[in-house]
Design a protein around this ligand. Structure first.
Ligand code: SF4
Ligand code: FES
Length: 276
């Protein structure tokens, strides 16, 4: 089995000791020289994960993803990473950029202090190759909450959602399943069975939908320290989410509603016993 990666110290790298004169000259053209330290590893290789250095001059406005594509095109076609949309929609370019968990397509080089960019795969996931990790566990847990609308909608009118109801779920609809929150979550790291922030936020999204007809089985299944009660409210998921989903809010909402449901069931069963 390939190693799970733990990122290096999250502190940003030091600024490259280049002269201010040289900086000014290259900045005029909008381009700067950068150094990329990229973690390389191939599953099955005897060589452990190691950093490879690439140096190239790029437009300061280019994103980290554009830098990776240039490296792959011009310097090293063997470099592996995921990407598709280049615009924070597909969620596939999630990685650690100088120790911070981010979407590579959302990080312009000009926002990085210094000229050294350290790129590592998502922590806590098995590395398949270079920056590509095995997301199977993440998807398995996502499927576990049945992330779809369980509704029998026969007319367009029935499927309309009021603006208030929409506002309630909008935040969770925005999730692009990038896995950054899962990688950042200390509870998921400690407890391999924990469903994790993204899947639980999705459960909240569907359970809160005014059209939803699901029975309580999927929520009941999460009523344990491997589900709803596994979150320690550390909020790392909210800090890293590029779409402002705030998964911890979703987990809190699920807990509140499930608790109310349990109280309702308890009072209902007491009433029934008294009526017998
Ligand atoms: S909740 Fe945010 S960080 Fe987590 S998977 Fe969705 S978009 Fe990514
Ligand atoms: S390439 Fe799609 S989110 Fe970055």
């Amino acid at each position: 089995m390939s190693p799970k990666h733990e990122p290096i110290d999250a502190a940003g790298p030091d600024r490259d000791p280049r002269s201010a004169d040289t900086d000014a000259a290259v900045e005029d053209q909008g381009c700067l020289a950068y150094r990329f330290d990229i973690l390389r590893y191939s599953a099955g290789d005897s060589r452990p994960p190691h950093f490879q250095v690439y140096e190239l001059t790029l437009d300061r406005k280019a994103s980290v993803l554009e830098a990776l594509l240039t490296i792959q095109d011009e310097l090293d076609p063997s470099l592996a990473f995921r990407s598709a949309c280049r615009g924070a929609v597909c969620g596939s370019c999630a990685m650690a950029v100088n120790g911070r968990l981010q979407l590579a397509c959302r990080v312009p080089l000009q926002t990085i202090a210094g000229r050294k960019v350290v790129l590592e795969p998502l922590p806590g996931f098995e590395i398949l190759k270079d920056l590509v990790v095995n997301m199977d566990e993440f998807w398995r847990k996502y499927e576990r909450v049945q992330p779809w609308l369980h509704a029998k909608l026969s007319t367009v009118k029935e499927s309309l959602v009021s603006p208030q109801d929409q506002q309630r779920i909008d935040q969770f609809v925005n999730c692009i399943l990038c896995g950054l929150c899962y990688a950042a979550c200390p509870a998921a790291r400690r407890n391999q069975q924990f469903t994790g922030p993204a899947a639980l936020a999705k459960l909240q999204r569907f359970w809160s939908d005014s059209r939803e007809d699901r029975d309580l089985s999927t929520v009941r299944q999460e009523d344990s320290t491997e589900g709803l009660w596994g979150c320690h409210t550390i909020m790392a998921c909210c800090d890293v989410c590029p779409k402002e989903v705030r998964p911890a809010d979703g987990i809190r909402g699920l807990r509140r509603r499930w608790f109310a449901e349990r109280v309702k069931q308890f009072l209902g069963s007491r009433k029934n016993r008294k009526g017998q």
